[in-house]
Design a protein around this ligand. Structure first.
Ligand SMILES: [Zn+2]
Length: 227
């Protein structure tokens, strides 16, 4: 009798613990349902280090499109901050798979900040949540306040390259975290989407001007195929 009751209780609990997939509404035991999880894996880039070169190397987990694009939109615009955890873990897993990073130098991870006004609207900075999850998986040190967004920039969408750079000039300054404790290791920037790189370059410049080395940027996705 007791066993039977325990089992009913267990099943009822698991029923309540199951939530619906934020991407398709089907029942999901984890962040995504198994079908969306499979589709998400198909977005993974075969070589995340394809653009790990130049002045600001880029490491990206997936191609911007399909389920990954949908997942990032759900995270940012449909109030699903919990999705940052599985996405950050995927990024961390890909990072650790590349031996050149695990065996070499020390680094400290800092997210690209969004303007305080945007945080007020959204309630969170997706890059910070992704960074936290990435560092939880990789064991790398995390400084969420390495940078500050000083200017509310206009929407970048539809702007040309020069206009983007101009729009972002002086958009960042050194954050409280790095003002208090100047990092001795190079910084690894982290963002959700890497598009033209104008944002990342502006953030890197703000750090480099203060004598802080920047190793590169990691992003869940990049929209550019080459370059
Ligand atoms: Zn789903």
């Amino acid at each position: 009798m007791i066993r039977w009751r325990d089992r009913v209780l267990e099943e009822l609990t698991s029923l309540f613990l199951r939530s619906s997939c934020p991407l398709c509404g089907r029942s999901a035991e984890q962040a995504f349902c198994s079908s969306c999880q499979r589709q998400l894996q198909r977005c993974q880039l075969p070589n995340p280090c394809q653009n790990w070169r130049g002045d600001l190397p880029v490491f990206a987990w997936g191609n911007y499109g399909g389920t990954l694009k949908r997942a990032i939109a759900a995270l940012k615009y449909e109030n699903h901050p919990k999705l940052a955890q599985p996405l950050g873990h995927e990024l961390g897993k890909a990072w650790l798979d590349v031996s050149q990073f695990t065996s070499t130098q020390k680094m400290i991870v800092t997210p690209i900040p969004i303007h305080p006004k945007k945080i007020q609207q959204r309630g969170f900075n997706q890059a910070e949540l992704l960074g936290r999850s990435f560092c939880q998986f990789t064991g790398l040190p995390f400084q969420p306040l390495g940078l500050e967004r000083t200017h509310q920039t206009e929407a970048q969408f539809g702007l040309g390259m020069t206009a983007r750079e101009e729009n972002l000039k002086h958009a960042f300054s050194l954050g409280k975290g790095f003002r208090r404790c100047h990092p001795v290791s190079p910084v690894l920037l982290l963002d959700d989407i890497y598009t033209t790189g104008a944002t990342a370059r502006s953030a890197a410049q703000a750090l480099r001007q203060r004598g802080i080395a920047v190793l590169g940027i990691v992003a869940i996705t990049r929209t550019m195929r080459n370059n």
